[in-house]
Design a protein around this ligand. Structure first.
Ligand SMILES: [Zn+2]
Length: 539
């Protein structure tokens, strides 16, 4: 094989990703994310703006050991002062960073309107700031903001900005599609012109936003056109529609022949198997449920539902998969559904350690029950744990851990002494555990929360076992609206082993549906603790 060229991955989750609505990293979050990125093999980690905000200053002050180059982000110096007299630039250079990324205007309209200086003054700011960073012994790079729009408005000025940065000693000149509207073929054409104007591709980077859904495509077009540094964020977070998803980029560059035959990353085949864990670990830290449809790493990325696809898939996975899921640490999933045939069921049960022969009459009964229940609103492909419990009840046995005699929920809306509306929910659950009757009462932030608290308040000898059970997500869906509407509730649970499982409940009554899903969740947890269930969930 001919010598492959190195592509450098630059992650800006901690800087540009922080612009995402609802996301605000603490110093501890930033350290944890930087370690995850470093461990994975990302080349550059952009940490934020040291000197400009306290969290980022504290983050950069932490000593760290790792291979990734920690990169500080900030502005070029202001016009009219020398680089050494610009406090922002000085703080940036003084920070504990390996590299400094300076953002520079490259669209003449922005130079005039936002900075209020002349085009030549802007070029001088770029040159002097880059020189100051390089003189301090740090790797300098320049983000040419609005580069592609600037190029279209004034080609020669945009090129002059990039060239000035390169000639002043910037290791990387990063071309930014700041507004995210540029198309892949434009990216390729413009980068070809930049390279023809004298900046080698080995010194160029791409920073793409996803406003037309093409941030990854634009980044790949840029690689093909010659750039050697690619910027992105974990799971594509970022303001508006997000940045290029660095997870998708890493997988595509590493696994697709048209890229991996020519380029290599700082991540080997073994490292790439951490990809799914990295994506989910990041969502975990953000306390949000992972998107099941993310390329490569989503729970549905290698899932199939249709019967004929599933049986072909079992014969030869390549028939319906573009890559082997194990290469990115994901797993193939053939889902239980009303379209699935018998072989589907047997395989799904096998994955859970439940062995049943093809002509066992209990299997036919289970299939009938699943189909009936799915017709009445249950969705087992989204509720793995409830499916497993149902199968175990039909084929094996689920111990009677406890018995619920009855429950009652009351919701009261009243005014407090200041005349403000207050809503109070209270639940009473009557249980029987080991022939002992237990009655628990609890208040909650809503009827379901009160019910959950009451159910789990006193489970007798099982109480310690469910101490680490937490509800991570709760989804309600109203099926076939109108007066006969049915409610489906899906609950996601998690415990200290980091295992997640979904349970389902269906009823005309939302509280009853929630209660079914809660009961399944607790029972599944007790089964899992005894290693009687949860094999597939722990994979
Ligand atoms: Zn950006």
């Amino acid at each position: 094989m001919t010598e492959r060229e190195r592509i450098y991955l630059f992650d800006t989750t901690l800087r540009d990703g922080q612009q995402t609505p609802g996301i605000d990293f603490s110093v501890e979050d930033k350290i944890a994310i930087a370690n995850m990125l470093d461990h994975f093999g990302i080349d550059y980690v952009e940490g934020g703006y040291p000197g400009a905000n306290p969290t980022d200053t504290a983050f950069f002050a932490k000593k760290r050991t790792g291979r990734a180059k920690m990169t500080a982000f900030g502005m070029t110096k202001r016009a009219g002062v020398s680089a050494s007299n610009d406090p922002g630039l000085t703080a940036l250079i003084a920070s504990e960073s390996d590299a400094v990324c300076l953002v520079a205007k490259s669209w003449d309209y922005h130079v005039e309107v936002a900075l209020g200086i002349t085009n030549d003054q802007n070029l001088e700011c770029i040159a002097e700031s880059v020189a100051a960073v390089a003189d301090a012994g740090k790797e300098a790079m320049v983000d040419c903001e609005h580069f592609f729009d600037g190029y279209k408005a004034n080609r020669s000025y945009a090129l002059a900005c990039a060239k000035t940065a390169h000639e002043a000693g910037a290791r990387w000149v990063v071309l930014c599609d700041t507004n995210g509207g540029t198309q892949p073929d434009e990216i390729a054409e413009i980068i070809a012109d930049v390279i023809a104007s004298g900046i080698p591709g080995a010194a160029l980077g791409i920073h793409a936003h996803n406003d037309t859904g093409q941030a990854v495509a634009n980044s790949l077009a840029a690689v093909k056109a010659g750039v050697r540094q690619v910027q992105g964020t974990l799971n594509g977070i970022g303001e508006r529609c997000g940045n290029a998803n660095i997870i998708t980029l890493a997988a595509t560059l590493a696994l697709k022949e048209r890229y991996n035959s020519r380029y290599e990353l700082g991540i080997d085949a073994e490292g790439l198997t951490d990809l799914t864990g990295l994506s989910h670990g990041f969502d975990e830290l953000l306390n949000r449920a992972p998107d099941p449809q993310l390329p490569y790493v989503g729970a549905s990325a290698f899932a199939t539902k249709a019967g004929i696809h599933a049986s072909a898939l079992l014969k030869d996975p390549r028939t319906y998969e573009h890559v082997d899921p194990s290469r990115v640490g994901n797993t193939r999933k053939v889902m239980v559904s009303d379209q699935g045939g018998k072989s589907n069921f047997i395989n799904e049960l096998k994955r859970r350690g439940i062995v049943v022969s093809k002509d066992d009459p209990r299997l036919d009964k289970l299939i009938t029950i699943v189909k009936e229940r799915e017709a009445s609103g249950y969705a087992y492909e989204g509720a793995d744990a409830s499916f497993e419990l149902l199968a175990l009840r039909e084929l094996g046995s689920v111990p009677d851990f406890f018995h619920v005699e009855s429950f009652r929920v009351m919701v009261e809306r009243r005014y407090d002494s200041h005349g403000r509306v207050k809503s109070v929910s209270e639940a009473v659950v009557k249980l029987e555990i080991d022939e002992r009757r237990v009655m628990s009462v609890s208040e909650g932030d809503g009827p379901v929360n009160a019910l959950d608290k009451a159910l789990r308040k006193d489970l007798g000898k099982f109480q310690n076992e469910i101490a680490d059970l937490k509800l991570a997500d709760y989804k309600v869906r109203i099926l076939n609206g109108g007066t006969e509407a049915i409610t489906r509730v899906l609950i996601e649970s998690i415990d200290d082993d980091g295992v997640r499982w979904w349970t389902v409940g269906v009823s005309e009554n939302i509280i009853d549906a929630s209660f079914q899903a809660l009961m399944d969740s607790v029972t599944f947890k007790l089964m899992k603790n005894r290693k009687l269930a949860g094999r597939a969930a722990a994979e």
